[in-house]
Design a protein. Structure first.
Length: 493
């Protein structure tokens, strides 16, 4: 039996995960700083028992990546504290994403819709001018120097006058505040007209739309009374590009059980439409999606199988010279390979809901995230922070924030606290509340955990084993640059 011996180095805290059985570097070591290293069983034992050869290159790696340090030679803690604070810098900035739900009305009847939309002519489902004004006041009470104003619905373009009012209020206020403001409208693009496009051009507004794949799949997933959802969305994409430029519109795909059979066709559609990014997101447990779950749902295993097939196809396309990245993989890679967090709300610890995002609902209620207002539409109103006339400080002192925070630090959650993937993952208490009726949740039964474990370990394997084309593709996704702009594969763990 090995016995720990006196060594010139001391251990720093680390976590480890066996990701393969039959690989010479089967174990992933991670540090709180987000640095990582693959090691063998023997190297792990040597590390734990302080038997690493201090003249080896491996020892220098351990030292450089903060798994060990040499007392009286160097003090690693200021460096590590700086790295840790960079990864968590979002905590000090306050809510930066402000979602204005200007109407619940919509012309679609998507079975998977996350929002309980109202019919086109429904009344009482639009945000009032007074609530819009108060919501803008709340947004500017947040300290973040960068603010994103996102308009959502229903179909927000059905309440374009309210969008125009809010943009006007924000611009007037920002003449003094001088923040960096970004606008996004999340829309089907079916209700675009010249007036809207002109306004978007003047105010540098971006569009985000849903494109679920080729025509047969998009129309099946997103039915409208006129059965032409695909055609109208494609026309909308073309109009936005013609007026505002190619990159003024992005798209994401919701994966239904029908989509699972068509990973290649979905990606081919994005390539054909000139997109350089595709976001493949599983069905959400919220809103109408949950009511339709029996008909639409599938296991996380099935989603992961689909996702890995799609990822492999994307890798092949990139290797053949077609640049197209996957959104969630790009976020995870940012968490793995850069000193900064991606900032994506679901992958934050402490949580993003409330701390990073606020939602102003059409009726004047304020929620910590889009998902929590969707739970409201399902009859769960326990996650409301308050009303829009309350100061931000008061909203952020709501008991809901306390409850979410107590379940919102992944490093302190059962299951996550000793998981080697925790530096790159998140807590997402609202997802666990929705699926397990408990914001802490049990990671052994968590589809959030299952998805992140599978995707993160897959990416780590690619980073370790992938050929140079794979490495270059992954790096190009990270930097959102085309493959040819990268000289050679970079950092490897
Ligand atoms: S959710 Fe799962 S993968 Fe993520 S840190 Fe927690 S245990 Fe690890």
């Amino acid at each position: 039996m090995l016995i720990a011996k006196e060594a010139s180095y001391r251990l720093l805290p680390f976590r480890f995960l066996r990701i393969d059985e039959h690989h010479s570097e089967s174990i992933l070591l991670t540090a709180d700083t987000g640095e990582y290293l693959f090691v063998s069983e023997k190297q792990l034992k040597d590390l734990a028992y302080k038997a690493v050869d201090t003249s080896s290159a491996h020892y220098k790696d351990l030292l450089a990546r903060h798994f060990v340090f040499e007392p009286n030679v160097h003090d690693p803690f200021p460096e590590m504290a700086a790295q840790f604070s960079s990864r968590k810098s979002f905590v000090l900035k306050g809510p930066a994403l402000h979602i204005f739900v200007v109407t619940l009305r919509c012309n679609h009847t998507c079975a998977y819709c996350q929002v309980s939309r109202a019919p086109l002519s429904g009344s009482g489902h639009d945000m009032s001018a007074e609530h819009a004004e108060l919501a803008v006041d709340r947004m500017f009470e947040a300290p973040s120097p960068v603010l994103t104003v996102e308009f959502q619905g229903g179909e927000p373009l059905l309440a374009f006058d309210r969008i125009r009012q809010i943009v006007g209020l924000v611009e007037a206020r920002n003449a003094v505040e001088q923040r960096s403001i970004q606008y996004v409208i999340t829309t089907t693009l079916h209700h675009l007209n010249v007036e809207i496009l002109d306004f978007a051009k003047q105010h540098n507004i971006q569009f985000s739309t849903s494109l679920d794949g080729p025509e047969f799949l998009h129309n099946a997933n997103r039915p409208t009374p006129t059965r032409d959802a695909y055609k109208r969305t494609i026309e909308g994409i073309e109009q936005v590009r013609a007026w505002l430029g190619h990159d003024a519109v992005s798209a994401l795909t919701t994966i239904t059980s029908k989509s699972l059979e068509h990973p290649h066709a979905i990606i081919d559609e994005y390539v054909a439409q000139g997109f350089t990014n595709i976001s493949l997101r599983p069905l959400s447990p919220y809103g109408f999606a949950k009511k339709s779950a029996k008909r639409l749902d599938y296991s996380m295993d099935e989603f992961i199988g689909f996702y890995l097939e799609a990822l492999s196809y994307l890798m092949n396309l990139n290797a053949q010279g077609t640049f197209i990245s996957e959104g969630y993989a790009s976020l995870l890679l940012t968490n793995i390979l850069t000193p900064f967090a991606s900032g994506y709300v679901d992958l934050r610890s402490p949580l993003g809901a409330g701390l990073g995002t606020l939602v102003y609902n059409y009726d004047g209620d304020v929620y910590p995230s889009d998902e929590s207002r969707m739970l409201l539409e399902m009859g769960e109103d326990g996650l409301k922070l308050g009303r829009v006339h309350q100061p931000l400080k008061e909203l952020l002192q709501s008991p809901v924030i306390d409850m979410l925070l107590s379940a919102g630090v992944a490093e302190a959650l059962p299951g996550c606290s000793d998981c080697a993937l925790v530096p790159y993952c998140g807590a997402d208490p609202i997802e666990h509340f929705a699926r397990q009726a408990d914001p802490i949740g049990h990671r052994a039964f968590s589809s959030f955990c299952q998805k992140n474990t599978a995707l993160l370990t897959h990416l780590f394997r690619l980073l370790r084993d992938g050929d140079s084309e794979t490495q270059k593709t992954l790096l190009s996704w990270l930097t959102r640059r085309s493959l040819s702009a990268l000289p050679s594969p970079g950092y490897r763990g």
